[in-house]
Write a protein that binds this ligand. Structure first.
Ligand code: HEM
Length: 142
């Protein structure tokens, strides 16, 4: 009788199926709701970012960000069911996103991620993704 391998050493079909998603590791959609809420608390204090948002639809913005991230990291596809294909660069085209706005977004998101006290590997994966995604959203020189 061989012992089953620990999750991180399994390979092949069975192992892949058994690997928990980031969505599962952080505890599901409630964690992404908290993350998005903390992120938007900081955005509301940001004099460059907050004017880009509709102040009457803060709850909607929290919902969209949370569901998008939950979906991206392996959770249910509620975002796409409600909003269609993410097409994030296109959806951000109306907002003037320069390097400064990108740094601000990333700073607030990094603080929100750090507040969650997730496992170091999860934190690293998230911050790596946010770093690249925020750069991809730049649509203005400067
Ligand atoms: C780089 C600086 C960024 C700025 C200044 C910015 C700003 C905004 C603004 C003003 C909105 C509209 C609020 C709403 O109606 O939901 C928005 C929406 C959104 N943003 Fe960003 N954003 C940035 C980067 C990112 C990044 C890196 C991601 C993902 C990793 C992201 C994900 C989203 C999502 C999912 C929505 C909702 C899209 C929709 O369904 O309409 N944003 N963003």
């Amino acid at each position: 009788m061989t012992e089953p391998l620990p999750v991180h050493l399994r390979t092949g079909e069975q192992g892949a199926a058994a690997l928990p998603t980031v969505y599962e590791q952080v505890g599901g959609m409630a964690a992404f709701d908290t993350l998005a809420r903390r992120f938007y608390e900081a955005v509301q204090q940001d004099e460059v970012m907050w004017p880009m948002y509709d102040p009457d639809d803060l709850e909607g913005a929290i919902w969209r960000l949370s569901r998008f991230l939950g979906q991206y990291w392996g959770g249910p596809t509620t975002y796409s069911a409600q909003r269609g294909h993410p097409r994030l660069r296109m959806r951000h085209a109306p907002f003037p996103i320069d390097r400064d706005a990108r740094e601000r977004w990333l700073r607030h998101m990094t603080a929100a991620v750090d507040s969650m006290q997730w496992p170091p590997m999860v934190r690293a994966q998230m911050l790596d993704y946010f770093d690249r995604a925020a750069t991809a959203m730049i649509n203005q020189p400067g």
